[in-house]
Design a binder for this molecule. Structure first.
Ligand code: DAH
Length: 513
């Protein structure tokens, strides 16, 4: 214990020591008095006090007091009398005055006679009957006696520097005066007082020397040799310090980079695609029929400019058309409708990243391991779990002997690297067979949540692209993942730039490989 105390003492700043000593001699000292007696300035007193308080050596009390004083208008009332008083003075001599003569007879400004009448009635000093103001008995009594608000007014006038404490009576007067506009000024004054805590008592009992100490070793100290005789104050490494919010990546960016890192480590290369894409690549190349619900205007953003996109290689377009219409040589009968080139030409904001995969397959030879990350767009109304703009990640593996087992294995590995346990559920997508949806396990919620779709691209997708080897593909939303990782209930949080939230998030946790 005493070792602790010695350590605490050795870490005290000279100002802290001075303050403590002063408080010992003068327990009721205010910061101002302490400043005066120790020769410190107020700022140093306050910061030394804050530091002592943070170490439980003293306690700091903050008292806020209201200081009342008169406004210019208030002072005028105090000199001339409240308007109802000025009328009462005349009534005391005349008993009654006609309303229309009020200003003339009493000298009270016309604008104020209404206010005065109000108070005369409220105080029951006069009654008004058929346009005549008549003094009451109570009014007669008050003709030679001050009301409490008038006494308060006088008191405030006599104490022009402001008054903090009132007797109960005068406080009632204050309340009455506060009912009128623009008479009182109220200022809040903060004052501090200190109490020595047991730890402080112990330090004082132990005793200490007040000696100048150096806090820094300077160039001059070294040059003139002064360092040899100086006493250095040890650092208190537990002292409270201001919280610093370092600049850092946005949480979504952290996750995207993490996913990128995982794919690169698994031997995938990256492709990006464009935000504006033809319906051909976004839908047709994925064997999505042209009357598919996802293509409807209410689900997809169609662009005016450019209104249409160029179609790719005409052989590919023809084969795609045939596959949609009859299945061509894929072994299926297709969707059995007339495929339209115009519909395929429409330009859309891509609704998923899967179109990047088909385009990539068309432009590359297997074996292929490709991933893409990027924004996608859907006509969603904003709510806590939907945004019209969000991010998806997509993976593609194509090559000899690639199987559904490889797909499940790849997904397992991918999610494991992200830190999740995964399970699979059968699903349907127009472009894959077999298809599955991945669910990850949330320990805190003790439940499984769906995170993405996956499957083996169908021959109806692969054949027109000129791909004769099996391909697995999977996609998922990134915001969902971010919501889980950062425990966010409302997806909009990720885009709100809520500085408090962003600041308090831990810095990039890095990839969990
Ligand atoms: N494109 C799907 C979506 O936006 C996700 C998806 C499902 C991607 C199956 C795939 C897949 O690659 O095979 O919800």
């Amino acid at each position: 214990m005493s070792e602790d105390i010695e350590k605490t003492i050795s870490e005290l700043h000279i100002y802290e020591k001075k303050l403590l000593k002063e408080l010992e001699a003068n327990p009721d000292a205010t910061p101002e008095v302490i400043a005066e007696n120790t020769g410190m300035d107020i700022k140093s007193v306050m910061s030394a006090a804050g530091s002592l308080a943070s170490k439980d050596i003293i306690e700091m009390q903050k008292d806020v007091e209201e200081v009342y004083s008169l406004t210019d208008a208030g002072r005028e009332y105090a000199e001339k009398g409240l308007p109802e008083r000025r009328i009462l003075d005349v009534l005391a001599k005349k008993d009654h005055i006609g309303m229309k003569d009020l200003a003339n007879e009493t000298g009270v400004d016309k604008k104020e006679t209404n206010i005065a009448i109000g108070w005369l009635r409220r105080k029951n000093w006069a009654q008004i009957d058929k346009g005549v103001v008549n003094i009451t008995d109570l009014g007669k009594g008050f003709a030679s006696k001050m009301d409490i608000d008038e006494e308060t007014l006088d008191y405030l006038k006599a104490n022009a520097d402001g008054v903090k404490l009132f007797t109960d009576d005068l406080m009632n007067g204050v309340k009455k005066l506060a009912g009128r506009k623009n008479i009182l000024n109220v200022k809040r004054e903060t004052s501090h007082s200190f109490t020595i805590l047991p730890k402080g008592e112990e330090i004082l009992k132990h005793g200490f020397e007040i000696k100048e100490q150096a806090t820094q070793l300077t160039h001059e100290h070294l040059k003139d040799g002064e360092w040899k005789s100086l006493e250095y104050r040890p650092y208190d490494i537990n002292a409270e310090a201001p919280v610093v919010f370092a600049g850092k990546k946005h949480p979504l960016r952290v996750i995207i980079d993490e996913i990128r890192e995982i794919f690169l480590n698994m031997g995938f290369s990256e492709d990006n695609g464009e935000y504006v894409e033809s319906a051909f690549w976004n839908f047709d190349s994925l064997f999505q029929p042209q009357d598919h619900a996802a293509r409807e205007m209410q689900d997809t953003f169609y662009l005016k400019n450019p209104l249409t996109c160029d179609l790719p290689d005409m052989d590919l377009v023809k084969l795609t058309a045939e596959t949609h219409e009859t299945g061509a040589d894929t072994g299926s009968i297709g969707w059995q409708y007339d495929w339209s080139e115009d519909i395929a030409r429409q330009s859309v904001l891509r609704t998923h990243t899967t179109g990047i995969s088909t385009k990539h397959l068309f432009e590359h030879e297997p074996p292929i391991k490709m991933f893409s990350v990027g924004r996608v767009f859907r006509r969603e109304t904003f709510d806590y779990k939907h945004l019209p703009e969000f991010h998806q990640v997509e993976g593609l593996v194509c090559g000899e002997g690639i199987s559904y087992q490889n797909l499940l294995g790849t997904l397992k590995e991918f999610y494991k690297k992200l830190g999740f346990e995964v399970r699979f559920r059968p699903a349907y997508f127009p472009y894959t067979y077999l298809s599955t949806e991945s669910e990850i396990y949330l320990e805190e919620k003790e439940s499984w949540i769906e995170l993405g779709g996956a499957g083996m691209f169908r021959p109806e997708v692969l054949k027109p692209l000129g791909i004769n080897q099996p391909a697995l593909a999977f996609g998922m939303g990134i915001e969902r993942l971010a919501m889980i990782r950062y425990d966010v209930e409302d997806i909009r949080m990720l885009y709100k730039s809520d500085l408090k939230w962003l600041r308090e998030l831990p810095i990039d946790q890095g990839v969990r490989l």
